[in-house]
Design a protein around this ligand. Structure first.
Ligand code: SAH
Ligand code: SF4
Length: 429
């Protein structure tokens, strides 16, 4: 979500005549698009802002801006005002489209410009976007979240759930397809509740079917799915629409019913297991990935065993794993029995030790298989190699010419590893 917001900011800046640079010292404008999901991300921003003080002294015309989830919090804005007075512009998640105006304001009236909206306004369409890749693109289908999982800051920084009108989504994807885009990833905090806020209600499955009809688009991905809202209609749609990839990211967060209840996730361990089973049965070759949190307040050894049990039963292709991080303003931050760091770390390691061998076993089954791969870029580590992704979202490395970037090719898997697959190119189709 943040990455795509950054693409929108880059798009607006390009229309203003800015070009991007990877060298901080060359920049006339530096924007930090921040995340507040975990403490580490927050601390990193303070470190980076502190470090920019020296650069700003040497180059007083440099404009420094901070935006994203952090600036939605008043206490963080106060901290920036007090400790990082060299920051020029502060804006939030709801008014990204105002960036050009804020830069102009700052140029006219030097001093810190702060413009953060507490509430989201109407969804702003037609913001220019500078996409990282031409052949694949993120497309927002909805903004915000209404779920209020008790550990999570997102509903407070991104506001209430709002769906984009399907006509606007389809128009954007048709435009992308005309420009040569082959893969779209539909974005929302909980795509399964897409359409509920629209005047003419429509389900996410229906939206997928409409995107599936767009000529030129070859792969459709989406993230994230909340287990409580994943319908049979959606499972059958993924199965039946040839462009919708066989990959579901289905965060389960914790295995114990007691913890799931405290997290306000609104499903039980048994319901999650049943859902994963149904998905595997109905969608041949599907990859299921997940998000898991360890060390939620009050988590006992027994509770944690339930998390490991879900991992062993579902056998995820891969997982994003998190150590619970206290987020001020969320209900879980005030819960008793916060788990000590050493226990959190021990459980975290045990979780990884359980997940990784399963990923490797699953990937090993792909040895000698010929798989379609969308080539994304020349490998960073070795410029004779290319990196791409399977429909199941696995990263593949293989030798090939850079002219293949953006094409869908066939690769034979020779060496499957835990996180990536190595292979050889067999067909440049
Ligand atoms: N809307 C998405 C997730 C958004 S946040 C969903 O519901 O799946 C991405 C992930 O960060 C979450 O799935 C969760 O696993 C993790 N996360 C969120 N808040 C956290 C916290 N306070 N501590 C640790 N991990 C957290
Ligand atoms: Fe956060 Fe839960 Fe909303 Fe995901 S569904 S963004 S975890 S509150």
């Amino acid at each position: 979500m943040n990455e795509h917001d950054s693409e929108k900011m880059a798009g607006m800046l390009e229309t203003m005549g800015y070009e991007s640079t990877s060298n901080e010292k060359e920049a006339d404008l530096i924007i930090y698009n921040t995340c507040l999901v975990r403490k580490n991300a927050e601390l990193k921003v303070y470190g980076n802002l502190g470090h920019l003080k020296t650069l700003k002294k040497k180059k007083p015309d440099l404009i420094i801006a901070v935006c994203g989830c952090m600036t939605q919090k008043k206490e963080i804005r106060d901290l920036i005002k007090e400790k990082y007075s060299h920051v020029d512009i502060v804006f939030g998640t709801h008014n990204i489209h105002k960036l050009p105006e804020l830069i102009a304001n700052h140029k006219q009236n030097p001093g810190m410009v702060i413009d953060v909206w507490e509430e989201a306004g109407d969804i702003v369409e037609d913001v220019p976007v500078r996409r990282k890749f031409g052949f694949k693109a993120f497309v927002n289908v909805m903004h915000g979240c209404n779920n209020f999982c008790t550990y999570c800051i997102v509903p407070y920084t991104r506001g209430r759930e709002r769906s984009r009108h399907p006509d606007n989504i389809l128009k954007e994807i048709e435009q992308l397809a005309k420009q040569g885009c082959k893969e779209v990833t539909l974005l929302g905090q909980n795509v399964n509740s897409y359409g509920k806020t629209l005047e003419n209600k429509i389900t996410f499955a229906k939206l997928l079917r409409m995107v599936n009809e767009i000529d030129g688009i070859e792969r459709i991905r989406f993230t994230t799915s909340h287990p409580k809202d994943l319908s049979d209609e959606l499972i059958y749609t993924i199965r039946d629409c040839e462009k919708v990839c066989e990959h579901i990211h289905l965060p389960f967060q914790a295995g114990s019913n007691n913890i799931l209840k405290k997290m306000n996730r609104k499903y039980t361990k048994e319901q999650y297991l049943e859902l994963a089973e149904k998905i595997k049965k109905e969608i041949p070759g599907v990859a299921i990935t997940t998000d898991i949190i360890v060390g939620f307040p009050g988590e006992t050894e027994e509770d944690f065993k339930d998390t490991l049990d879900v991992v062993k039963k579902v056998r995820f292709d891969s997982a994003f794993t998190f150590i619970y991080s206290i987020r001020k303003g969320t209900p879980a931050a005030k819960m008793e029995n916060q788990i000590p760091d050493d226990i959190k770390h021990k459980r975290f390691q045990k979780l990884l030790d359980t997940l990784y061998p399963i990923s490797l076993e699953i990937n090993k089954k792909l040895k000698d298989k010929e798989i379609k791969v969308l080539v994304e870029e020349v490998s960073k580590a070795d410029d004779t190699k290319l990196t791409g992704r399977t429909r199941t979202n696995k990263v593949v490395h293989f030798k090939g010419d850079k002219s293949l970037v953006g094409n869908i090719v066939t690769v034979k898997i020779t060496n499957p590893k835990t996180w990536t697959l190595e292979g050889v190119l067999v067909e440049e189709n």
